[in-house]
Ligand binder design. Structure first.
Ligand code: F6P
Length: 531
């Protein structure tokens, strides 16, 4: 099926006109003053997630045009093509079916294969969680990219649901400092290593796995096959490595979407089979919402459209993600791979250079920490950076006062960014900490904040396996929506592959010192770094 790219549609031109007439000079303060129903009209419910989009530079007219854009681009047909297993990853000739990993038995494609891995994996996890019988108290997940960032997000996020007798460690970096730091604290008899790699060829992961096995043997560890397990789509390579327990997955699961199957083993070990099923169920509920909710109330669609509005019409180049929950501290890092590896593309599906921008830089960190670091720039810097706040109503701890303080900060920040402080307001207020020597007008210029800085607030009732599953699936589908409109392949990563190939070429030159054929800078650095 031939789809229109966003810039080929009538809605794109209409949006350009709308932006010139109403978008460029849209003021949130005025919009709230004008329309008492704004917050209600621009808030949406999806499974486990409430989203307040009202502090964004949109109104119902903008949304209507953005929805026209989605329809002109055939978004629903795009979505259905993915969900029905068509090979939408054209450059690799693959289907994209991470949604199949969370469908209940009998409900999704490849159900027998999926559940044929899931059931034994969860049974295995339960066996290890019986720490008296297994003797295991430490799990080391060795993997990088999608084999690391997902488990590394979810395990701490669901700490309240975790086995108290198991400590999870993550080793991803090819830098030997990472593994060394972890091994220093371990003893082989109590340790289980997961080698997580779709390809089982990633040099960083293989180097760490090899070093871990060498350490295990050198420390007197016995029974490598009992202490090393693999999550991989390349079972032969894992077997050659000496691993007997292998949980597989398939080429139709991209690395950065692989958390829901074998790559979730670390998560299953931490939270157990029942909670892992709830995690899948939350994602599945979001899948159903994405598949069936009308576009007007379809949260992944609305968030994706907002991303396109900001990136392509307002020209905003980044988005900050600020979870007000310590458990979600790694969400920005996870989203960096999900969004930037997926949307960091400059040609369309036909290989034509795009005349518009694609994915923004995604960054951030937990609130309130960010308030004492980069928030100054969000409030008064020269760039407008849309912010995504994530608030969780009920904490998993008993420190109620601290949680109220946390939520108050979250609300205060989004309000401050939106409302700003005018020069006159700054002039009128007291500033006890200001120098007595500065004149009031100069001070007011420093203290005023432009406001009109957009934000979205996502609210979860509690951070549970189910709500976290839904939240992550929401982000996955949002990235898909952007990719469909931009007409890109969100599921390949050729730039990364090229970087890997160059590293492979350089490795022997570090040993030999041969710089022939390299540019002067690389040659100089190579000489300097040789030992
Ligand atoms: O960073 C590129 C990438 O291909 C990711 O997409 C993937 O998650 C990561 O490398 C690890 O690859 P593998 O799972 O094959 O070890």
């Amino acid at each position: 099926m031939k789809f229109l790219r966003c810039d080929e549609t009538a809605a794109w031109a209409a949006l350009q006109g709308h932006y010139e007439a109403h978008g460029r000079d849209f003021y949130l303060r005025e919009a709230f003053a004008r329309d008492a129903g704004r917050a209600a009209a621009l808030s949406f419910e999806a499974p486990e997630v409430f989203a307040d989009l009202s502090k964004n530079r949109i109104d119902t007219a903008t949304l209507k045009l953005l929805l026209d854009l989605a329809r002109d681009c055939g978004l629903e047909a795009h979505r259905d093509a993915m969900l029905s297993g068509q090979a939408i990853n054209g450059t690799e000739g693959r289907a994209v079916l991470h949604t199949a990993l969370r469908a209940p038995r009998g409900q999704g494609l490849f159900s027998d294969e999926v559940h044929g891995v899931l059931e034994p994996m969860l049974a295995y996890a339960e066996g290890v969680r019986n720490t008296v019988a297994s003797g295991i108290h430490h799990i080391v997940n060795i993997g990088i990219g999608g084999c690391d960032l997902g488990p590394q997000l979810v395990v701490p996020a669901l700490d309240a649901f975790s086995h108290r007798g198991l400590t999870l460690h993550f080793v991803s970096n090819g830098d030997g400092h990472d593994l060394t730091r972890v091994l220093r604290r371990l003893n082989p008899a109590e340790t289980l290593f997961i080698v997580a790699s779709k390809s089982f060829t990633t040099p960083e992961t293989l180097a760490n796995a090899q070093a871990a096995r060498d350490w295990f043997v050198a420390q007197g560890g016995r029974d490598v096959p009992r202490h090393f397990v693999a999550a991989t789509a390349n079972a032969e390579a894992a077997a050659r490595f000496g691993i007997a327990t292998i949980f597989g997955f398939w080429d139709w699961v991209s690395g950065r979407y692989s958390l829901w199957g074998a790559i979730g083993l670390a998560v299953a070990l931490a939270i157990g089979a029942e909670n892992f099923r709830a995690f899948l169920a939350g994602a599945y509920a979001m899948d159903r919402h994405f598949a069936a909710a009308p576009l007007e109330r379809n949260l992944p669609v609305l968030l994706g459209l907002l991303d396109v509005w900001y990136r392509n019409f307002h020209g905003f180049t980044s988005r900050a993600v600020v979870p007000y929950h310590q458990g979600l501290a790694s969400l920005p890092a996870y989203l960096q791979q999900l969004e930037m590896e997926s949307s960091g593309k400059r040609v369309d599906l036909a290989g034509q250079a795009l005349p518009f921008a694609t994915g923004p830089v995604v960054w951030g960190g937990p609130g309130t920490n960010g308030q004492h670091a980069y928030f100054q720039m969000l409030h008064q810097g020269s760039d407008v950076i849309p912010v995504e706040f994530i608030a969780v109503k009920t904490p998993a701890h008993a420190l109620a006062g601290q949680h109220s303080q946390l939520l108050a900060n979250c609300l205060a920040q989004s309000r401050a960014l939106m409302f700003g402080k005018t020069y006159d307001e700054a002039l009128a207020e007291a500033a006890p900490s200001a120098s007595q020597r500065i004149d009031a007008r100069t001070l007011a210029a420093h203290r005023s904040c432009p406001g009109n800085r957009p934000s979205t607030t996502l609210v979860l009732d509690a951070l549970t396996p189910r709500s976290l599953g839904a939240l992550i699936a929401l982000y996955e589908h949002r990235v898909f929506v952007c990719g469909a409109l931009w007409g890109i392949n969100s599921f390949d990563q050729w730039g990364v592959e090229w970087g890997k190939a160059l590293a492979h070429q350089l490795l022997p030159r570090l040993a030999s010192g041969d710089t022939a054929g390299f540019d002067a800078s690389t040659a100089q650095l190579l000489r300097r770094l040789r030992r």
